[in-house]
Design a binder for this molecule. Structure first.
Ligand code: GRF
Length: 235
């Protein structure tokens, strides 16, 4: 698909109040705790944006309840009903574009996305991955960090490109690995730092402080040479 533009013909967005608001579509598959902190930050006035839809590929994703509770449109697009990845992604793209979002936020969306889909949203789609990229792309990141006896681990928010977990990183949250950590205890602390860095990334994107420009990140209109960093402080 060569058309990179996001369709602007939504019936959903004829509401004049929405014209100047930075619009998010959030994709989830599960609990949606990252979705929740983004909702909370918007409600608290920390992020100047509106979530226009939450879409899950799983009907039982708890994040759908979180969305409904906050009055956000919650949709299910069940990938098992499609013959191919491409067919599902095409339908998902149509659904998303109907909301004319400024940003697509992957928040625990457990699907590999086809290249055409990803390229359609170049510079407009971000993901949070539970590792300090480029370390530990893919799954089981906490186990792998422990097996390598890392002293630091964490999470990264990055732009999505066709290569898995390989897009430019916006911000990383760092946690110390403790001697008695197991994958569960480590995952818990990584989640804590995720809940700080993901809303921050959305905030600076919504404010236009951070931009994607031809494969590079601009921060305050200057090339960002390395990701922003935040360390988890625990007592
Ligand atoms: C997070 O750990 C994130 O790093 C990964 O999926 C998980 C989503 O958690 N991509 P939640 O659904 O936001 O609680």
């Amino acid at each position: 698909m060569s058309d990179n533009s996001v369709k602007k013909t939504s019936d959903n967005n004829n509401d004049k109040n929405l014209v100047n608001i930075y619009k998010l579509v959030v994709l989830i598959s599960g609990s949606g705790s990252n979705l929740q902190v983004i909702i909370d930050n918007i409600d608290a006035g920390n992020i100047n944006a509106k979530i226009v839809a939450v879409i899950s590929n799983r009907a039982n994703a708890f994040g759908l309840e979180r969305a409904k509770k906050s009055g956000i449109e919650a949709k299910v697009l069940d990938h098992t009903q499609y013959d191919s990845r491409e067919a599902f992604d095409e339908e998902l793209q149509t659904l998303i574009d109907d909301y004319s979002p400024d940003l697509i936020v992957l928040a625990g969306f457990m699907r590999i996305l086809s290249d055409n889909f990803v390229e359609h949203y170049t510079g407009k789609m971000i993901n949070i991955h539970p590792s300090l990229l480029p370390l530990y792309k893919g799954l089981h990141t906490h186990q792998r960090a422990l097996a390598d006896r890392q002293t630091e681990h964490g999470a990264s928010v990055h732009f999505v490109i066709p290569e898995l977990d390989a897009g430019k990183v916006i911000i990383q949250g760092i946690v110390d690995v403790k001697v008695d950590d197991d994958a569960e205890s480590l995952a818990k602390r990584v989640h804590q730092i995720e809940h700080q860095i993901y809303p921050h990334a959305v905030k600076i994107l919504a404010e236009g402080l951070l931009k994607y420009n031809d494969g590079e990140i601009l921060y305050h209109d200057k090339p960002m040479l390395e990701p922003l960093k935040k360390q988890l402080i625990t007592s």
